[in-house]
Design a protein around this ligand. Structure first.
Ligand code: PMP
Length: 407
């Protein structure tokens, strides 16, 4: 086989379909988030990032940085091993205790990313619980889907956030069949939120376990940043709460929380946990500082929500359509892949504004969008510039001046 030729052809096809990903080369500036330097073709320019998942700017919080510096000086660069073979440092132990407390659970388990936590946990439960059927929301993240596939467990996909469809699927299964309902709280591309309480009611009725991905909600919702389930007083009704340390907490890593037995089970059987080097201790220390800060401070959450409300109102004033949703994610609808990319390119080139275009297959065709994530560190001037730039580009591209519903 001509391997290099195969790679080339596959990539050419991807380009033809408009799905080839180009990364923005950014250097973030500490103390000046969301400002960064963007480099391309030997040139560089200052940009303002409007699409980061460092939702609260915790990646530059002084407490987080101090904890990371101190752990780096105390313990050095890496963990030195897998968790089982010398890689469990006291920072990891403290972080798992902090996470269990955040979600009101008996125990927590760290992974190297949110992706790995979903993949490894669902993969392990699906493979090891005899006869388990996993009921998966149609818009679940790729990491959940891959984990379920990898497990080879039977999977029933229910229509997104559709309780009637979920119930119909649960009712098809014998009462004594083991079942797991897997879903998210805040869905990242539309920003809509699952009916968590009703899902828990169905889980009780049909004797199913529940698994929630709160990746876009931890740190962001609830009085202590425990997520939407905390805000709604539902943490105790969910068996497994999964989250990330890489978004609102500003660092990197993923985790699950649950009963002591469940966590011990995944710890003991999940190869994606067992056979990989542990996170560096300073990453764990930074995450502990971030979680502790957001447990007692509402200022970042409040600042962020204020900015989101302001931007939504400004978009409404100038008639730019965005999906109305109850979360912090503002999907500004373009509905055309070429225009979406064009607008993103012009924002960068003419206005120093970086918003990555979101096209198919990340979202369905016809719903191409700019996913805007305001943060408490965006200033009023940043917002004026963004709104002005969008207004002129919407005029230039002759885009519809009314809300476009999510599909
Ligand atoms: N779940 C969801 C819903 C996500 O959007 C993402 C990442 N975008 C992940 C899990 C993976 O988390 P991480 O980035 O920590 O790997």
């Amino acid at each position: 086989m001509d391997y290099q030729g195969f790679f080339k052809e596959s990539l050419a096809r991807l380009r033809d379909e408009g799905n080839y990903r180009v990364f923005a080369d950014l250097e973030r500036h500490l103390g000046e988030f969301p400002k960064a330097t963007f480099r391309k073709d030997g040139a560089e320019r200052d940009v303002t990032i409007w699409c980061s998942n460092d939702y609260l700017g915790m990646g530059q919080h002084p407490d987080v940085l101090a904890a990371m510096h101190s752990a780096l000086d105390r313990s050095g660069a890496g963990a030195g091993g897998t968790r089982n073979i010398s890689g469990t440092t006291h920072d990891h132990v403290e972080l798992e205790a902090e996470l269990a407390d955040l979600h009101g659970k008996e125990a927590a388990l760290l992974f190297t990313s949110g992706y790995v936590s979903n993949w490894a946990t669902l993969g392990t439960l699906g493979a090891k619980i005899p006869g388990l059927v996993i009921l998966s929301d149609a818009l679940n993240h790729a990491s959940m889907i891959e984990g379920i596939r990898h497990s080879r467990a039977r999977c029933m996909v229910w229509k997104h956030n559709d309780l009637a469809d979920l119930e119909a699927k649960l009712a098809e299964l014998p009462q004594d069949t083991p079942k797991l309902i897997a879903f998210e709280s805040v869905y990242s591309m539309d920003g809509d939120i699952a009916p968590i309480e009703e899902i828990c009611d169905l889980a009780d009725k049909y004797n199913a376990m529940t698994y929630i991905d709160e990746v876009h909600a931890v740190g962001m919702y609830g009085p202590r940043g425990g997520g939407v389930a905390e805000r709604e007083g539902l943490m105790q009704r969910i068996d497994i709460i999964e989250g990330t340390l890489g978004k609102a907490f500003g660092v990197v890593g993923g985790y699950i929380t649950g009963s002591a037995e469940l966590i011990d089970f995944v710890r003991s059987f999940a190869s994606g946990f067992i056979f990989t080097t542990a996170l560096p201790p300073h990453v764990a220390a930074g995450a502990v500082a971030s979680i502790r800060h957001l447990k007692q401070s509402d200022a970042e959450r409040q600042g962020q929500q204020d900015r989101v409300a302001q931007l939504r109102a400004r978009l409404d004033e100038i008639g730019i359509g965005h999906i109305p949703n109850p979360s912090h994610i503002i999907p500004v609808m373009v509905g055309d892949p070429v225009k979406c990319k064009y607008i993103s390119d012009r924002l960068m080139a003419d206005h120093g504004i970086y918003i990555q275009p979101i096209n198919y297959p990340t979202v369905p065709k016809g719903t191409e969008r700019l996913r805007i994530t305001p943060s408490p560190v965006h200033t009023a001037e940043d917002m004026d510039r963004l709104v002005g730039a969008l207004k002129s580009l919407w005029g230039e591209c002759k885009l519809a001046r009314q809300p476009i519903a999510a599909q």
